[in-house]
Design a binder for this molecule. Structure first.
Ligand SMILES: [Cu+2]
Length: 142
């Protein structure tokens, strides 16, 4: 008998608390869900890394080196997308074509230049970097 009474009272108390809990949960969860949705959709709308156009050489500058030491491109127009991941500036320099592009620390640069078919030396013109091995070759095929 007394057990039944206790049970009913508990249900009533639990019911009130439960409604309040749902309300608080929704009040907290809805903004979070909206934020989560925005975060989930954002990369689809705005990629964190820019997508390089087709035919573009994507080159990273990291730890005093280019991510590819040998680059081969076809045609006289060369497109290069540079990302400097180091905390110091680097350059993409090819003397024969008059290219000398500095990329600031953690910066990016897009290059378009023309080069006759041939093999060209690439190096970083920041003092000491070429000597440290920041070099590469660009081969342009017809
Ligand atoms: Cu450098």
């Amino acid at each position: 008998m007394s057990t039944e009474t206790t049970f009913k009272r508990e249900v009533v108390v639990l019911g009130r608390g439960f409604d309040r809990a749902i309300y608080l949960f929704l009040a907290a969860a809805i903004p979070l869900l909206v934020l989560a949705g925005v975060h989930t959709l954002l990369p689809l709308v705005q990629p964190t890394r820019p997508v390089a156009p087709l035919g573009t050489v994507v080159l990273e500058m990291k730890d005093m080196a280019y991510s590819s030491e040998e680059i081969v491109t076809a045609g006289s127009t060369v497109n290069v997308s540079l990302s400097n991941l180091d905390f110091l500036p680097h350059t993409f320099t090819i003397d024969e074509v008059g290219m000398d592009q500095e990329v600031p620390a953690l910066g990016k640069a897009q290059l378009t230049f023309t080069a006759e078919p041939g093999v060209y030396s690439i190096y970083c013109a920041i003092p000491g970097h070429r000597e440290a091995g920041m070099v590469g070759t660009l081969t342009v095929t017809p």
